[in-house]
Design a protein around this ligand. Structure first.
Ligand code: IMP
Ligand code: MG
Length: 374
């Protein structure tokens, strides 16, 4: 197995044909343990489930029936929105033990429709078997009786699953190779160096998702979410938010954007420990940091800028010169060692942060283009 290309995207090997057979055999046994010789009706949801269904029933040790249906939808009235139905669904399922066979459950929207459609069929029992399940993407409470393999929130193809109709015939499963196409950037700089302003331009230009830990914390505090209250319990005492809280929040933000072309991390990492935690988390998602851009500017210029900004925004910590210089001191002490950390990995790009906004965007873009070409 090696990389494959479908349309514009590259996919890498994920689950081998042998592993798939092991998974399928296990699911078939689990179902047999529950239903044995009660002659269940397997309802295969086309197109994606055709291979899974074919292998599953071959492994099923008892008698069973097999039916193939296809989900279709038509516009209902405005209030009902799209109405889904299953083409080919037999009307004599009454009293039967039904097992719906799905290829993958993602958000669970399709599953919800299936549950609704079967609600009035007077079946004896109703079960769901899915080959793949994305718990991070799942938004419903509906029961899934048999799960072949829970997977991260990443796009997969093969063994019935398609990317725009290609890939269904592959005997193994591949996942979208994001590390080849992604560009993940850490944006560094002292307070006032213009990170937020520049991130806004870069995000537009390169289609990246901007994750500012400061902005997210402020959002959660303002909206009094659970995370916001947790964060305040530290900041109210003058303590820093512990790394595991911040990392968990980052994980959620990354999980919300599974198709992102890349991320701009702004305000994180601030310490070597955080940089190591970020690397470990990204590695677990088959991702990495491609480059660190550091906006450099003289302290005196920055102090003037921040005080000017504080007058406009009213942010109290932006109006007190002593506090600003304290933030610089903290930056120097904790964050400056990160320069060496990223230099050693050949990922450090210092950027002259003095000049017009356009000039600085230009310099940052040059660095990103260089990073992308590597
Ligand atoms: P849900 O309604 O969001 O649970 O999505 C279910 C449907 O989305 C599946 O039946 C697939 O057709 C499609 N889908 C979700 N994730 C993937 C994937 O990773 N690869 C291919 N198709 C997917
Ligand atoms: Mg499908």
């Amino acid at each position: 197995m090696s990389l494959i290309k479908l349309h514009d995207k590259t996919f890498e090997p994920y689950v081998t044909a042998v592993q798939l057979q092991e998974i399928v055999a296990r699911v078939a046994d689990e179902i047999y343990q529950d239903l044995g010789d009660s002659r269940p009706v397997f309802v295969c949801i086309l197109n994606g489930s055709f291979m899974f269904a074919a292998d599953l029933v071959r492994r099923y040790k008892g008698l069973c029936e097999l039916s193939f249906v296809k989900m279709a939808s038509y516009e209902g009235t405005q209030s009902s929105g799209k109405i889904h139905h299953l083409i080919g669904l037999s009307d004599d399922l009454e009293g039967k033990d039904v097992v719906v066979i799905e290829d993958i459950v993602d958000t669970g929207n399709t599953l919800e429709e299936i549950y609704r459609i079967f609600a009035d069929k007077k079946v004896h029992s109703f079960r769901i078997a899915t080959l793949f399940f994305k718990p991070d993407a799942y938004t419903k409470d509906l029961k899934i009786d048999y799960v072949g393999k829970p997977i991260p929130n990443r796009f997969i193809v093969g063994y019935g699953l398609d990317y725009d109709e290609l890939g269904r015939n592959l005997p193994e499963v591949y996942q979208l190779n994001t590390s080849l196409t992604m560009t993940n950037i850490v944006l560094f700089g002292k307070p006032g160096a213009g990170k937020g302003t520049q991130a806004a331009f870069l995000k537009e230009k390169y289609g990246l998702v901007h994750i500012s830990t400061g902005d997210i914390f402020r959002y959660h505090i303002k909206n009094e979410t659970e995370l916001g209250r947790l964060v305040r319990s530290y900041t109210d005492r003058g303590d820093l938010v512990p790394d595991d809280v911040t990392i968990k929040m980052l994980q959620e933000e990354v999980a919300k954007n599974p198709d992102a072309k890349g991320f701009i991390f702004d305000g994180f990492p601030r310490t070597i420990a955080q940089a190591e935690a970020l690397d470990a988390f990204l590695a677990s998602k088959d991702m990495k940091i491609h480059g660190t851009l550091a906006l450099e500017a003289d302290d005196e210029v920055l102090v003037e800028r921040i005080i000017g900004r504080g007058k406009v925004s009213g942010r109290a910590d932006d109006q007190d010169e002593t506090k600003i210089r304290n933030r610089f001191a903290e930056y120097n002490e904790k964050t400056a060692p990160l320069i060496a950390y990223y230099q050693q990995q050949g990922k450090y790009y210092p950027i002259d942060g003095i000049g017009s906004i356009e000039e600085i965007t230009q310099r940052l873009s040059q660095a990103i283009d260089l990073i992308k070409s590597k």
